[in-house]
Design a binder for this molecule. Structure first.
Ligand SMILES: [Zn+2]
Ligand SMILES: [Zn+2]
Length: 375
């Protein structure tokens, strides 16, 4: 068969499931048969025309699959039939940026992000992986697709917010927004040894999940002055590290106001339009604060580390997988996800429609009692 099923971007607010040519691996490339993938908030921006990609492109950047074909030069490392993931970001490992350690910026700004951005993505039966030697990460024995489907992007990105913030043991950390990435940033703060982890979100159900992921204080901006409360909890200083995981002026500004002098604002959000730092929020620019930005780290070594955390049960990402759909039902899945209906956090997509019918992985978490824990 030389064709495959794929979700193609046709233009603003238009996607279609189509039969398209199946990719073919050249030297150094591999073709995966996609077994499981998911929808990212960025995909919603793409479909809405808020992040430009070319019409005709296959969307999706979170692949779990099986090696279907190997191009020349890979046979010593991989074999057909092997279960692997690739990161959402696929650095080449050889360019100026990669060799300076800025793998996500491979070949230029955001250049490491290729799937579903500059080349065809993972919402398809097959996916061509470039620079496969640097990017195919074998799935450890015993792990299911669902266990690792959030490693290519969400876990990597969320955790990187904590890493870029350089969280130290005993730090106070506030994470603004508790969507899937914010929840993984909260988890990252816990893994890095923060003592006080403040989860901020306007959705009480998401706050309940934040507690599961390591937050010990939950703040809802709809009923709390979040900045004042963070200062109160930190002896008037502000948090050592704040993480912005939404990409809006309001959350950026609140995160800035809640960052102590000498502290770090670690920004993960995708912003649109002008971003403003009011002079009093940034102490007129004189308070030794750091603002750092991060794009999802990729590459096979990053993926190996993340999957090792899952394999050793140090991390369980399954509570984030709330719904499953066949890739054929992408319209329905995208509609649910983009409107945040039915307590959705992440939607699992299966190119094989039969797999979507099996027992749902619906979130089993009980609505935990929302109360502020005063340390
Ligand atoms: Zn993404
Ligand atoms: Zn590179």
């Amino acid at each position: 068969m030389n064709t495959m099923k794929a979700v193609v971007f046709k233009g603003k607010d238009q996607i279609a499931v189509e039969e398209v040519p199946k990719p073919k691996a050249r030297a150094g490339e591999a073709v995966l048969r996609i077994t499981t993938t998911t929808i990212c908030g960025t995909d919603v921006h793409i479909v809405r025309g808020e992040y430009p990609v070319r019409p005709g492109l296959i969307i999706g950047h979170e692949p779990v699959g099986v090696i279907d074909e190997l191009g020349e030069g890979l046979q010593d490392l991989y074999h057909v039939g092997q279960r692997v993931i690739a990161g959402a970001i696929t650095p080449c490992g050889q360019c100026f940026y990669c060799l300076n350690g800025n793998h996500s910026q491979c070949r230029g700004a955001l250049g490491g992000w290729r799937f579903g951005n500059t080349i065809n993505g993972a919402w398809a039966e097959y996916l061509l992986v470039p620079d496969a030697r640097a990017n195919l990460a074998p799935i450890p024995e015993g792990l299911h697709d669902e266990d690792v489907v959030l490693c290519p992007d969400i876990f990597s990105t969320g955790l990187s917010g904590a890493e870029s913030g350089n969280i130290r043991v005993g730090d106070s950390v506030a994470v603004f927004a508790q969507g899937p990435i914010g929840l993984c940033a909260t988890l990252g703060a816990k893994l890095r040894g923060a003592s006080l982890i403040i989860g901020v979100d306007g959705n009480d159900q998401r706050l309940a999940t934040a507690r599961q992921f390591g937050a010990n204080v939950l703040l809802n901006p709809n009923n709390t002055d979040v900045v004042a409360e963070i200062k109160r909890l930190t002896e008037g200083r502000g948090a050592d590290v704040t993480i912005e995981a939404l990409g809006r002026q309001e959350t950026f500004e609140n995160a800035l106001r809640a960052t102590r002098p000498g502290g770090t604002l670690s920004s993960l959000g995708v912003y649109s339009g002008k971003l403003i730092a009011p002079y009093e929020a940034i102490y007129a620019g004189l308070a030794d604060q750091k603002i750092v930005t991060t794009l999802c780290p990729g590459g096979k070594e990053r993926m190996r580390r993340l999957m090792a955390m899952v394999a050793t049960h140090r991390v369980d990402l399954n509570p984030l997988l709330t719904h499953r759909f066949a890739l054929d039902d992408i319209h329905e899945a995208l509609d649910l996800f983009s409107h945040q209906r039915d307590g959705v956090l992440k939607v699992v997509l299966y190119p094989d429609a039969e797999r979507a019918k099996r027992a749902p992985v619906h979130a089993s978490y009980e609505m935990a009692e929302i109360e502020r824990t005063r340390p």
